[in-house]
Design a binder for this molecule. Structure first.
Ligand SMILES: Cc1cc2nc3c(=O)[nH]c(=O)nc-3n(C[C@H](O)[C@H](O)[C@H](O)COP(=O)(O)O)c2cc1C
Length: 188
């Protein structure tokens, strides 16, 4: 069965807001991708699921075998909206973002522009492309990492969110009880 865009099931997830930058036949471009996840520590791999509707980003990545992952910070929701609501095939979104005051730096190891003041910037070289259902997974290996000072923006139920209240850890007494309970269920 499907889990459709905007459905209650799809809205149950909490995701990142990746601004995926690329620079290829379409020109320099940025797209928003909530399906941006680290999937390996060693080597550092990041997977981005991009719709099979022939987006500009997919075309740029296929041609250049590289892309930038920029995790939007809590004050960069507008950058996500601009990057996510039109295609680089028609609009120079990097120019729009610059006009709005967002800055970019030149990638060190890749030709894509990288978003300044993001929570995280990772320059990636494409290592796998896997077509899955409605989307294709582009897996990139990290070749340059820059950790920003700002908190990452979260996406949930079609809205942008700021994470600000960590859940309190159980007390020592509760943790001792939990440990004992786990120990009581060791498989023979
Ligand atoms: C918050 C947000 C998250 C999005 N996440 C994804 C995603 O994970 N994968 C995807 O293919 N499109 C996603 N989109 C839609 C793309 O950003 C959109 O199709 C965009 O126009 C593609 O740009 P391009 O043609 O320049 O590559 C998202 C849009 C928004 C606003």
């Amino acid at each position: 069965m499907n889990i459709d865009w905007g459905s209650p099931a799809a809205h149950a997830f909490i995701t990142n807001v990746g601004i995926i930058t690329s620079n290829g036949p379409i020109g320099a471009n940025a797209m928003a991708a909530e399906w941006t996840h680290q999937i390996s520590y060693s080597p550092g791999l990041i997977a981005v699921a991009i719709s099979n509707h022939n987006d500009a980003t997919a075309e740029n990545i296929r041609a250049t075998k590289e892309f930038g992952v920029n995790l939007a910070a809590t004050d960069q929701d507008v950058a996500s909206s601009i990057s996510g609501k039109s295609s680089g095939k028609n609009i120079d979104k990097i120019a729009v973002l610059k006009e709005l005051g967002f800055a970019f730096y030149a990638g060190k190891k890749i030709a894509s522009p990288m978003l300044e003041n993001a929570s995280l910037n990772v320059e990636c070289k494409l290592v796998h492309e896997v077509k899955l259902g409605s989307h294709t997974l582009f897996v990139g290996e990290a070749v340059d990492v820059r950790v920003g000072a700002k908190e990452p923006l979260a996406f949930h139920a079609g809205k942008y969110w700021k994470l600000d209240t960590p859940i309190q850890k159980p007390s020592d007494a509760e943790r001792t009880k939990m440990k004992a309970m786990v120990a009581a269920y060791v498989r023979e």
